[in-house]
Ligand binder design. Structure first.
Ligand SMILES: Cc1cc2nc3c(=O)[nH]c(=O)nc-3n(C[C@H](O)[C@H](O)[C@H](O)COP(=O)(O)OP(=O)(O)OC[C@H]3O[C@@H](n4cnc5c(N)ncnc54)[C@H](O)[C@@H]3O)c2cc1C
Length: 386
């Protein structure tokens, strides 16, 4: 079966990468089934709050998925506002929205858009991948509920802690030495804080730590507080008071209003995301019938805002590789896709790693503000500097 013109494709994971792949294949008349462990699209808060899709990656992917107009309608140009401060909370740079062409979209809206774009019945919710084993020329895929399916091609799109990855690679994720705690609150409860943050992304950076604040379309403010911590450092997220006091202890001496961004988080909104990465430039020897996309293949730090964009680009590239394969040669196309995508993702991961070390290293807010300014000037936009 493995040389059939149209392989049976099992995509594991319904994040941005897997969902783009499913849509790209569907637009080109290729059937595939996506298996997602969540019980429904709304089952869990997506990591982070919103995303800007970049030209050349996320935007190309959404176009290739046939959903560009829907994405444009659902995006928010005001989400492009940028403020950078140090621990005093005084702006070093403040860029008000202009046409940078990178509007923000809330993650849950992006997911819904990609789910709605997929053919009816092509997503199997509540399917947790457990293992896959070769049986002759095909793969038998097993799920936690005991069900099994047979596939010619298994695509691991199951994120940084991928259970598909060990089928092709021994690579292990590595802790970077920082952890992020996500928290959220309703902006209407604290208009004073909301007024200071602008309506896009706010960054306070100092002492090898960072607080990021972002709005979503439902008037909520999402905070990511990043600070040095060993892998063993656990934030008691189920005990909001204890969790907040532990995080606040990391930001001693920061402006009171910055500390308030943590103090006023609502119960049930606190999540810890240790900053982990795969070795930069991760590749694997091609194995017939299994491949990886997105974080499963190239988990990188969040400091180039590239992970979801790269995952979506990988979904596009793999979909196109399969769609253009001549009869019986899809496996060669998958192998070529892997070489190309690992190169692109490797470059993004290296940039992300460099940015992380600069921003959380000695560069701090000044270096980051200078980079934001350079990027805006490249676009012909003169940012306001406070
Ligand atoms: C705090 C934070 C901020 C970020 N900000 C940005 C940003 O601004 N821009 C950007 O481009 N990127 C950003 N990223 C990175 C981005 O979120 C990821 O790179 C992106 O989500 C990866 O997409 P993916 O489809 O590969 O995997 P994921 O989004 O991780 O999706 C994997 C899916 O697989 C499912 N799954 C997992 N295991 C199984 C299993 N065993 N069986 C079935 N299903 C399974 C999961 O439920 C999930 O739905 C950020 C990340 C974080 C943590």
């Amino acid at each position: 079966m493995s040389n059939t013109a149209s392989p049976r494709i099992a995509i594991i994971g319904g994040g941005p990468g897997g969902l783009v792949l499913l849509n790209v294949l569907a637009r080109r008349g290729i059937a595939a089934t996506l298996y997602e462990r969540d019980e429904s699209p709304a089952a869990r808060g997506q990591v982070g709050s919103c995303l800007d899709l970049h030209k050349g990656s996320g935007q190309d992917a959404i176009k290739g998925a046939g959903l560009y107009d829907e994405w444009l309608k659902a995006s928010r140009a005001e989400g492009e506002e940028r403020i950078v401060t140090d621990k005093t909370g005084v702006a070093i740079i403040h860029h008000r929205p202009a046409a940078t062409g990178k509007p923000e979209i809330d993650r849950k809206i992006l997911r819904q858009l990609l789910v709605d774009g997929a053919p009816t019945g092509s997503i199997k919710w509540g399917h947790t991948f457990v293992s896959a084993a070769p049986v002759g020329d095909v793969w038998e895929v097993s799920f936690a509920d005991g069900s099994k399916v047979t596939a010619d091609l298994v695509v691991g799109a199951d994120g940084g802690r991928s259970r598909v990855r060990p089928l092709v690679s021994d690579a292990q994720i590595v802790h970077t030495g920082w952890t992020t705690v996500e928290l959220a609150f309703d902006s209407r409860a604290r208009p004073d804080l909301a007024a200071r943050l602008g309506s896009g992304t706010f960054f306070a950076i100092d002492e090898h730590k960072r607080i990021v604040a972002q709005f979503t379309g439902d008037a909520r403010i999402h905070i990511g507080a990043t600070f040095p911590a060993p892998e063993s450092f656990v934030v008691p997220v189920d005990n909001a008071a204890a969790a907040k006091s532990l995080v606040l202890a990391q930001f001693e001496g920061w402006a009171p209003w910055l500390r308030d961004l943590i103090a006023c988080a609502e119960d049930g909104t606190i999540h810890q995301r240790p900053l982990t990465i795969l070795p930069v430039g991760h590749t694997w020897p091609h194995k017939k019938g299994v491949t990886l996309i997105g974080d499963a293949a190239n988990l990188m730090s969040t400091f180039a805002a590239a992970g979801a964009n790269i995952a979506m680009l990988a979904g596009l590239e793999l979909g196109q590789a399969l769609a253009t394969a001549s009869p019986g040669r899809w496996d060669e196309h998958v192998a070529q896709f892997e070489v190309k995508m690992c190169r692109i993702a490797g470059e993004a991961a290296a940039q992300s790693d460099k940015n992380m070390k600069e921003v959380l290293g000695d560069g701090g807010a000044q270096m980051f503000a200078a980079r934001v300014k350079r990027n805006l000037l490249k676009l012909g936009i003169e940012p306001y500097v406070g």
